[in-house]
Design a protein around this ligand. Structure first.
Ligand code: SAM
Ligand code: DTB
Ligand code: SF4
Length: 330
């Protein structure tokens, strides 16, 4: 899409060079989220079809390469050392063990392998090992993604040089709600890391979590923080909070599932050409709810029976769902 083409959404604002607007306001995004459900889904699906085959969904597989014992205080996270979640902390995995998991993921049909570490930021010695993992996984013909916490500019460049394709670093929620969820790093810290990732030439995977007790205006705030970035993240994971006993957010009121679908639809409309990932929370979702998410423009999932530390639908359940919906892996 070029600057001279009409906007892909129903706005009337001016557009930068790639044709996508980056001047969303919270009231506009909140109004989008609050549109009559059928209108919202219709617009999202219409835009989805301009950029993607609606019957294809990309499969990413996660692996926790360093589990638990994290010094940060993210209230949703079972891996924080501050909460008693009965999760056993583990040290950084050996390279060969990671490659075994990556080979299995490829055989299962995943095209992207995402390695996550429960760090505030990586130490240099650990980064040497992660770079070797990236090279190895890339060598298997998989796309590579890592999520290691905050990075400085040199660390982002090292990962790029190792062959990394994507860096995942979520903003998690709206800047206005952020302080309710995390105190040990700021929203601005996250944007700094995302800037280093972009400057190194890496693709950005950045999204957030809903169902943390936020209001619709906060979901709007999260989406505009993503859609108003200088360049849209190539991947946008939308996670439904997985409530883990022992974390401060355990027992939070469940979000209306339609509100989750609305968030996916608004993400699709606001970031038309990005992969929108129906991320954490699928294990607790019905097949019908997931189908609604695909209809709303989600075209990526985490595949495989485990996310980082919590369960995800088994491959067989996803295969049956795809067959029933006529969906094929991207
Ligand atoms: N430690 C690194 C960091 O926080 O940047 C990387 C790993 S961290 C587990 C990656 C992301 O997983 C978080 O930013 C958050 O969005 C998501 N996440 C963690 N726990 C979650 C939960 N219980 N439910 C939904 N999403 C979760
Ligand atoms: C993302 O947005 N979601 C993934 C991935 N990026 C790293 C993590 C979900 C974690 C869910 C809780 C767990 O399994 O520990
Ligand atoms: Fe640590 Fe990441 Fe969990 Fe926060 S989300 S506690 S930084 S592992």
């Amino acid at each position: 899409m070029t600057a001279v083409e009409a906007c892909s959404c129903s706005c009337s604002a001016a557009h930068p060079a790639d044709g996508f607007r980056r001047d969303w306001t919270v009231p506009e995004a909140a109004a989008l989220l609050g549109r009559p459900f059928s209108d919202l889904i219709h617009e999202a699906q219409t835009i989805h079809r301009q950029y993607f085959d609606p019957n294809r969904v990309q499969l990413s597989q996660l692996l926790s390469i360093k589990t638990g014992g994290c010094p940060e205080d993210c209230k949703y996270c079972p891996q924080s050392a501050r909460y008693d979640t009965e999760l056993e902390a583990d040290k950084l995995m050996e390279i060969e063990a990671v490659l075994r998991e990556a080979r299995a993921a490829k055989e299962n049909g995943a095209t992207r392998f995402c390695m996550g570490a429960a760090w505030r930021s990586p130490k240099e010695r650990d980064l040497d090992k992660v770079c070797a993992m990236v090279e190895g996984v890339k060598g298997l013909g998989l796309e590579t993604c890592v999520t290691l916490g905050m990075l400085d500019a040199a660390q982002a460049r090292r990962l790029k040089a190792a062959g990394l394709d994507y860096y995942n670093h979520n903003i998690d929620t709206a800047p206005e709600f952020y302080g309710e969820i995390i105190s040990t790093r700021t929203f601005a810290d996250r944007l700094d890391t995302l800037g280093h990732v972009r400057a190194a030439g890496l693709n950005v995977c950045c999204g957030g979590i809903v169902g943390m007790g936020e209001g619709r205006e906060h979901r709007a705030g999260m989406l505009i923080a993503l859609a108003n970035m200088p360049k849209h993240p190539e991947s946008v994971p939308i996670n439904m909070l997985v409530q883990v006993e022992g974390t401060p957010l355990f027992g939070e009121d469940a979000l209306d599932p339609f509100e989750f679908v609305r968030t996916i639809a608004a993400a699709r409309i606001m970031m038309p050409a990005s992969l929108v990932r129906l991320s954490a929370g699928r294990e607790a979702m019905s097949d019908e709810l997931q189908a609604l998410c695909f209809l709303a423009g989600a075209n990526s999932i985490f595949y495989g029976e485990k996310l980082l530390t919590t369960p995800n639908p088994a491959e067989g359940r996803d295969a049956r769902l795809f067959a029933r919906l006529g969906v094929e892996p991207l």
